[in-house]
Ligand binder design. Structure first.
Ligand code: COS
Length: 386
């Protein structure tokens, strides 16, 4: 397939339907949900009804069979209106359902995927720990094999796990130490852990400055027993699975950045054409017009980078470097547009009733979550021969 900068009819329809949903259903509730730190089961299920669960999972497992470009469009349109709801969808698809699809055996896929594609169940990605963030191999959570029962016994904890403590959560893919490798490093493997497993405590984390209507959990594993058949892929493949999952996830975080930036620009252009100072709309003042022109230009560049990365992934080509670049750059553009937008709104931009204020807070997550901007630069530098 050659490059195309024109949206197909299918993409246009998808974009319009998600935009319409985000504007009519999410926008009117976004402020209150954010203010009350409330995860909306109702809106999450409605996003499922719209076909946003199991986006890239093939129809045979109940999924929507979208390609990665379609998936990016959907996340972008949600993020244009609200980061929390975009985060729920991005985390569920990229980090929740995708590893089960890519690494699960046929039995596991048939058991778990349909219920994660029908809009009623969320799945989470249990990688991060209190002392293992950027250094993701530093996990302390352990799984010990109990040969007598052919089970693994998991002990440890995870933190900042999106979608892990909601009432829709069906389970978590958990990275744990399962032994030592020949090079002396920990051997890491992944396990499928149901949300109701005995010994698993899930706590909702409160007090976030951003994504306040998304569900973030803290997990404690106290002798949680799972059968040997709950291992995802082979023993010792856990870290590679997690890293590949993050490579894919960067596309959806990039989409969140691009969507947020576009949302901030739209709000700012509207405001700048209405607000008058010195006898004319502020959009007619060069100081403001140039800000808007700069925002629009950076958004255009971010879009090109992100859609190229998604296209590379879709085509089965090497996309990892571009995904890291897209995640890095879209996050920076999001933050830039939210800040410059807020500046244009002046005092109003500091008030919670103006969505630009929420965009400003939500943008901060993008340079920290799913691999900090520093980690993206590290990944990119490795690909360019450093
Ligand atoms: N895909 C497949 N395999 C990968 C990989 C990738 N993207 N990245 C690393 N690996 C493999 C390596 O090939 C290596 O395999 P061997 O040990 O068999 O040779 C192994 O994983 C270890 O790789 P490496 O030595 O590069 O790991 P590091 O400890 O240096 O860590 C970084 C690499 C920093 C890139 C990794 O820890 C990382 O991405 N950290 C950020 C984690 C993150 O984003 N957390 C946020 C989660 S929020 S959901």
């Amino acid at each position: 397939m050659s490059y195309s900068f024109a949206d197909s009819e299918e993409i246009k329809m998808l974009r319009e339907s998600v935009r319409d949903f985000a504007e009519k259903e999410i926008a009117p509730k976004a402020h209150d949900l954010d203010e009350n730190e409330e995860f909306s089961v109702e809106l999450t299920k409605k996003m499922g009804e719209l076909g946003l669960f199991g986006t890239v999972i093939p129809a045979e497992y109940g999924g929507q069979g979208m390609d990665y470009i379609q998936y990016v469009v959907a996340v972008e349109e949600l993020a244009r209106v609200d980061g929390s709801h975009a985060a729920t969808i991005a985390a569920h698809n990229s980090l929740g359902a995708a590893p089960l699809y890519y690494y699960g055996n046929e039995e596991q896929k048939k058991e778990y995927l349909p219920s994660l594609c029908d809009g009623n169940g969320l799945w989470a990605f249990g990688l991060t720990e209190a002392d293992a963030g950027s250094d993701a191999q530093a996990s302390k959570t352990k799984a010990e094999y109990d040969a007598a029962n052919d089970e693994w016994v998991i002990n440890g904890s995870k933190i900042w796990i999106t979608n892990s403590a909601s009432e829709l959560t069906k389970g978590i893919t958990v990275q744990a130490i399962t032994g030592k490798r020949d090079n002396g490093k920990n051997e890491l493997s992944c396990f499928i852990v149901p949300a109701d497993a005995k010994g698993l405590t899930r706590k909702v984390m409160h007090g976030k400055m951003m994504w306040r209507a998304s569900n973030t959990g803290e997990l404690y594993f106290d002798n949680v027993r799972v059968p040997n058949s709950a291992m995802l892929g082979n023993k010792g493949e856990g870290f590679k699975q997690m890293m590949e999952t993050l490579d894919n996830g960067r596309l959806s975080i990039g989409a969140m950045g691009l969507g947020l930036a576009k949302g901030a620009l739209d709000l700012t252009i509207k405001y700048a054409n209405e607000r008058q100072t010195f006898g004319k709309p502020i959009a007619k003042h060069q100081a403001v017009a140039f800000k808007l022109a700069e925002m629009a230009t950076r958004i255009e560049a971010a879009e090109g980078l992100l859609y190229k990365a998604a296209w590379l992934k879709q085509e089965g080509r090497d996309f990892q470097k571009h995904a890291a670049m897209a995640k890095l750059y879209c996050s920076e553009v999001a933050e830039y547009c939210a800040r410059e937008g807020q500046q244009t709104f002046g005092g109003y931009g500091l008030m919670k009733e103006y969505p630009i204020e929420r965009h400003y807070r939500d943008a901060a997550l993008l340079r920290i979550g799913e691999g900090t901007s520093e980690i993206q630069r590290l990944v990119i530098s490795r690909y360019i021969g450093c």
